[in-house]
Ligand binder design. Structure first.
Ligand code: HEC
Length: 101
């Protein structure tokens, strides 16, 4: 019985983890990007500000990925989070773009 409980908990954790993977972009945004992108600090385009994002989105996702990974203007490379992988940054960009158009 105890063993069954452990298995049940593990299955629950696995499901929670896969759910987190889907929401990764949002989680990364909260952790690494919103400090600037929620407030517009240093001229960062705010999340949800369609006007601020329109011209940027028009340059295409690849351009946005590239500037996020390499940095642009007052934004440091990867928002200052060199520890994050390119894919994690791309997911955060996808999330931000989806919220802002
Ligand atoms: C230190 C503040 C800061 C942090 C942290 C930050 N950004 Fe930025 N971000 C900026 C600023 C400022 C700009 C505007 C740069 C410009 O156009 O000169 C910008 C622009 C962008 C753009 C538009 C790029 C373009 O080509 O127009 C994207 C996409 C972006 N940030 C994504 C992110 C992501 C994803 C994160 C988190 C991993 C993040 N930013 C974290 C300040 C920040």
């Amino acid at each position: 019985m105890k063993r069954l409980t452990v298995i049940t908990i593990c299955a629950g954790l696995a499901m929670a983890a896969s759910g987190a993977a889907v929401a990764d972009g949002a989680a990364t945004y909260k952790e690494a990007c919103q400090a600037c992108h929620m407030t517009g600090a240093a001229g960062a385009p705010k999340l949800g500000d369609k006007e601020a994002w329109k011209a940027r989105i028009a340059t295409g996702k690849d351009a946005l990925y590239a500037s996020s990974i390499q940095g642009k203007g007052a934004m440091p490379a990867k928002g200052g989070r060199a520890d994050l992988s390119d894919d994690v940054i791309k997911a955060a960009v996808d999330y931000m773009v989806a919220q802002s158009k």
